[in-house]
Design a protein around this ligand. Structure first.
Ligand code: GDP
Ligand code: MG
Length: 657
């Protein structure tokens, strides 16, 4: 009898081989290649054991895989011993699902028993055997435990016969059945799956049935079939794992914390409280203390400089450019740095402690109720720093429709550039509850993402959800060095933007504000080029502001270049109109803002088309200008609609009470 030993690299094949054969070994090369071929006689038997090269799948991607596959298909071993590293069972079972498609008998040797417990992993061997429909023997090749059991099974050839579990979705299984009926080779199930995958070595077997099955499935999944089949294999493995067969990381502290943080009822309220506290701390406490301070600092710099320069005989326009335009605009944005630092610190702590993974996991369960996958959530969590890397992480979503949906929705999450807008308005109009109001916008964003996702999924991006393979990391205390480095990098990024893009746009705004169409300097701001542009579009913003304001309108448009630009533009406009050091919302130009219109304006800026950087990332990931414009259109229309609604409802409540 011939027995083949198959498994991943480093699963312990050679160690087990030595145990099973003792010294009866022959080492040579596989015919035609230099890869080592090891054969031996199993102790106490006449049976020959062949150590196949370590592989991860039976697809002919490497010469190792091709050798192993040819061996099991053509040299017809009587039995396959599939050795699995039990500490990375998920990866190992991928190969197993393929081996179980063969007609050959398979026995699984679950190796590394000795270190399982140390790694906090428990595997229910009986359950695993029952689920897979195959004999499973747990062993430690190194410590020589379970070897006798394995030997007995091999000698008696007493293993469960492959029962060819239907592990794929019914629609795929149906085509596999259809193809099986038309082929003459052995290993019908294995061959049929490979034919569906378009396996290069089997092209000769292709027939009309295969072609039509491929068309049917490609049409349905709108994706490469090899990928579809691989995904469904992983889904099957995840199902096995999550059915209690494998319990990972039984870490006592983690376990206890998860009982609280992942509690069915408490999890979401706790998350809400944590995020609210973060915003209260950043916007409320820190903002309350620093905003006045920093604003005062920039005002006195601008005021002092203005006096000095004027006395020194500098022309009025130069003084205005420097003080109102540059210092006003850039300073307005820099004033929010202390709040951002706090926000960055809190978020990196949530990330490194392992709590963010729990949030993703939890929201996954919530989203699943709406037919959405949690994989689509990771970009949102990354996006709370900046949408651009958020949009890039959508690459991990294998379902194309779901991926597109994530790209369109990721910019909705409040990124760091939106914080100045939120903090400015919340601080000015809700001074006693600035933190709560800021947090409410965060939850507003999640609600809108959820709501839009349900709609988009239903009408535009149809299809099944991707799986969310999530192995939750253990909780750990974050390293201070890592936290500081992360916060430093993100803060510097923000400061650099203030010094580049915000500087340029502030100058640009100042120019348009200081000249009229006849290029005369020093006109009344209401006669400026900027005002005439703003007047042309201010009707769009009327339903959210309750006022035709050219100044607020152009500031909002400014947010398309960079979201912080909304704040800097408003500061520049107020400065030019009323002189450096004027208090923003006391200026005649912005005094019309009320609590309701402030909230509506924040909502618009939160959801409207993101900044240039994010638009470019959307363009790259969506793959065409047309799709990008559609996405921007959707975002902007939704932003308008929501802000109109907020203003309408807010005003109504104001009238009633
Ligand atoms: P192969 O690549 O599949 O041939 O794997 P090897 O037999 O060379 O083993 C890879 C590594 O895993 C070696 O360092 C072995 O000592 C170790 N190893 C193999 N079996 C066991 C086991 O049961 N327990 C532990 N702790 N280590 C093992
Ligand atoms: Mg080896």
């Amino acid at each position: 009898m011939k027995v083949a030993l198959v498994g991943n690299q480093n699963s312990g094949k050679t160690t087990l081989f030595n145990q099973l054969t003792g010294l009866n070994q022959k080492i040579g090369n596989w015919p035609g290649v230099t890869i080592e071929r090891k054969t031996g006689i199993i102790k106490g038997t006449e049976d020959e054991l062949i150590d196949l090269p370590g592989i991860y799948s039976l697809s002919p991607y490497s010469s190792e895989e091709e050798i192993s596959r040819n061996f099991v298909l053509n040299e017809t071993p009587d039995m396959i011993v599939n050795i699995i590293d039990a500490t990375s069972i998920e990866r190992s079972l991928y190969l197993t699902t393929q081996l179980l498609e063969l007609d050959t008998k398979v026995v699984i040797a679950l190796n590394m028993l000795d270190i399982l417990e140390k790694k906090g992993i428990f595997i229910d061997v009986e359950k695993l055997s029952e689920k897979l429909g195959v004999t499973v023997i747990s062993i430690s090749a190194l410590k020589k435990t379970g070897i006798e059991d394995l030997l007995t099974v091999i000698k008696d050839k007493n293993v469960i016969q492959n029962r060819h579990n239907k592990i794929f979705e019914p629609r795929v299984e149906k085509e596999i059945d259809n193809i099986s009926k038309t082929i003459s080779l052995g290993h019908k199930r294995f061959t049929s799956v490979k034919l569906l995958e378009g396996d290069a070595l089997l092209v000769k077997q292709t027939n009309e049935q295969v072609k039509s099955s491929i068309i049917i499935l490609e049409d349905h999944y709108n994706m490469d079939l090899e990928q579809v089949i691989a995904n469904q294999r992983y889904n099957y493995i995840t199902d096995i794992k999550s059915s209690g067969t494998v319990i990972m990381n039984i870490d006592i502290i983690t376990d206890k914390l998860d009982k609280v943080f992942l509690n069915k009822w408490a999890a979401l309220p706790i998350f809400a409280v944590i995020m609210t506290l973060i915003y209260m701390l950043a916007v409320g406490v820190i903002g309350g203390a620093t905003v006045e301070l920093v604003a005062g600092l920039f005002d006195s710099i601008a005021g002092g400089l203005s006096d000095t320069l004027t006395n020194a005989g500098a022309s009025q326009w130069a003084v205005s450019l420097l003080c109102d335009g540059i210092i006003g605009g850039v300073g307005a944005v820099l004033g929010f740095v202390p709040q951002l630092i706090i926000l960055f610190i809190c978020i990196v702590i949530l990330e490194t402690t392992g709590y963010m993974s729990r949030i993703a996991f939890m929201l996954d369960m919530l989203f699943r109720k709406f037919g959405l996958s949690g994989k689509a959530l990771i970009p949102f969590i990354v996006g709370s720093g900046c949408s651009v890397p958020g949009i890039m992480t959508t690459r991990t979503i294998e379902n194309q429709n779901e991926r597109k949906m994530s790209i369109v929705l990721t910019p909705f999450i409040p990124c760091s550039a939106k914080l100045p807008i939120i903090a400015l308005f919340a601080g000015a109009f809700f001074p006693n509850s600035a933190g709560l109001v800021s947090a409410s916008l965060y939850f507003f964003a999640i609600a809108v993402i959820l709501f839009s996702a349900v709609l988009l999924k239903k009408f535009i991006f149809k299809g099944k959800s991707s799986t969310f393979i999530s192995e939750l990391p253990e909780y750990k205390i974050p390293g201070i060095k890592y936290v500081l480095k992360d916060v430093y990098e993100k803060t510097m990024e923000f400061i650099k933007r203030a010094g580049s893009i915000i500087l340029l746009t502030s100058i640009f705004i100042w120019l348009l504000l200081s000249f009229n169409w006849r290029f005369e300097y020093g006109v009344d701001v209401n006669e400026s080029i900027l005002a005439s542009i703003g007047n042309a579009i201010s009707w769009i913003f009327y339903p959210m502001l309750g006022e035709l304001s050219w100044a607020a309108s152009v500031s909002a448009i400014q947010g398309l270049v960079a979201k912080e630009g909304v704040v800097s533009s408003m500061e520049v406009i107020a400065g030019v109109a009323e002189g450096a050091g004027s208090v923003l919302f006391n200026s005649q130009i912005f005094s019309f803002f009320s609590g309701t219109s402030a909230y509506a304006f924040m909502v618009f800026n939160l959801f409207s088309a993101p900044c240039f950087g994010a638009i470019a990332a959307m363009r790259r990931e969506l793959g065409s200008n047309k799709k990008m414009f559609k996405a921007i259109g959707f975002q902007t229309l939704l932003a308008l609609l929501l802000s109109y609604l907020v203003f309408g409802i807010g005003s109504l409540i104001g009238v009633i009470f």
